[in-house]
Design a protein around this ligand. Structure first.
Ligand SMILES: *[C@@H]1O[C@H](CO)[C@@H](O)[C@H](O)[C@H]1NC(C)=O
Length: 401
């Protein structure tokens, strides 16, 4: 971490700041206040929390897919789409609030990318090693974004495509799989790297991804931080010390917390260094933890057990009966549950969280959303300057492989 931040500072002081100084005078005269129209594009990167069905089109195991019953159980979509939910996921709600159509999976044949694309893949991590070969890893998601960018340029011309790219909102929701399967479930990784080093690698690679998107013209970012991973039904079921720790697998939650803290401080530094970089960050950890502990405060009846699954807490990941163990149980009313299956929350949680990110406020902790909420990013209550749109950062090559 320290090394990464100092690298960024190094580049700032040696290259970028000079460029920024040159731009400052131009900028002041062309401050433009944008009108009420919504941003026209929304790009999504990440894992099963936001995958709308990309994994339907790759060669993988049933654990990484959700295109079979009872996924999609609530009937919002006519059939299971590949979303890891009983219905919609968070980005479907956000697209609706932004007055955009549903954002299609990048891999959907003949998908229309006019309003953006969703590159997310269930099981994916920040590190390419996480579930390698069975998911669309983050570097590949970025390459797929380049494909869409090129198609926008062909369709709209360079100038218009550049405008779409710079006004678009980029949502990134990834990291859980790096800590669950990628680290806690991988003794070899734990032998090679201690907690701190591993988190540093995840955050370092995530930072590079943000940098690449920034360099390609992205300016407005949303981040979903990690949930209390140890309280997922699957991890409760695996917890070796359940009786002492109230059921949650504390080591997993600690990794998530440390990751979130590191991510937040990196974003704050990027905001200082990258001209025009704007972001929405929220404390999903506390937000979900409160619903797990006090479900009835938020209209739920059950915060611990999964609606769909098997065994203790519904934590054995058998939802759908397509995996190794065929038995699974399904609850009657998913709306009463925080957890849909052993790893994923219900549509109702997705909807409540979408609302929080959309119009949440920087205060009060512990549910803060900021410095911008998604509404202000999409509807551009944010002033854009020439400096925001022009690509001001010469990228040091070795940060970008
Ligand atoms: C990115 O992850 C790889 C492992 O996949 C690691 O070797 C590398 O150091 C990481 N990069 C940064 C900048 O942390």
């Amino acid at each position: 971490m320290a090394r990464l931040v100092s690298l960024l500072e190094y580049y700032c002081f040696n290259i970028i700041c000079v460029t920024l100084l040159l731009l400052t005078s131009v900028e002041a005269s062309v401050l433009e206040e944008k009108s009420g129209a919504s941003t026209s594009a929304f790009f999504i990167f990440g894992d099963s929390s936001v995958d709308p069905g990309n994994n339907n089109y790759i060669n993988t195991i049933p654990e990484n897919q959700a295109n079979y019953k009872p996924y999609g159980h609530n009937g919002f979509f006519q059939r299971p789409t590949g979303r890891f939910s009983d219905g919609r996921v968070i980005v479907d709600f956000i697209a609706e609030y932004a007055k955009l159509p549903l954002i299609p999976p990048f891999l959907e044949p003949s998908a229309d990318y006019t309003n953006g694309a969703n590159f997310a893949s269930g099981g994916a991590g920040v590190l390419p090693e996480t579930n390698q070969g069975m998911v669309i890893d983050l570097p590949t998601q970025l390459k797929n974004f380049e494909v869409v960018q090129k198609s926008l340029i062909e369709k709209l011309g360079e100038a218009e495509a550049e405008k779409v790219i710079s006004e678009a909102v980029y949502l990134i929701s990834i990291g859980s799989n790096d800590y669950m399967g990628g680290y806690l479930g991988n003794p070899k990784m734990q032998e090679t790297y201690n907690y701190e080093t591993y988190i540093g690698m995840v955050i370092g690679n995530l930072t590079q991804t943000i940098q690449v998107l920034y360099q390609k013209g992205g300016r407005k970012f949303g981040f979903l931080s990690l949930s209390p991973l140890g309280c997922l039904p699957a991890l409760r079921a695996l917890n070796p010390k359940a009786s002492e720790e109230g059921g949650c697998f504390e080591a997993a939650s600690e990794l998530a917390l440390a990751h979130n803290n590191a991510l937040k401080s990196v974003l704050t530094s990027l905001e200082q260094i990258f001209k025009g970089f704007k972001f929405c960050y929220s404390n999903f950890y506390n937000w979900l933890d409160d619903r797990i502990k006090h479900p009835s405060k938020y209209g739920f009846k059950e915060g611990i057990n999964a609606c769909c699954g098997y065994g203790p807490y519904g934590g054995i990941f058998t939802c759908g009966g397509t995996k190794e163990v065929k038995e699974y149980e399904l609850c009657e009313n998913a709306e009463d549950y925080v957890w849909w299956d052993s790893f994923h929350p219900t549509e109702k949680i997705h909807e409540q969280f979408a609302k929080t990110l959309w119009n949440g406020e920087p205060e009060p902790e512990p549910f803060s959303v900021g410095p911008y909420n998604l509404q202000s990013l999409f509807f551009d209550k944010v002033k854009l300057t020439i400096g925001d749109i022009v690509d001001v950062i010469p990228q040091p090559n070795h940060l970008l492989q």
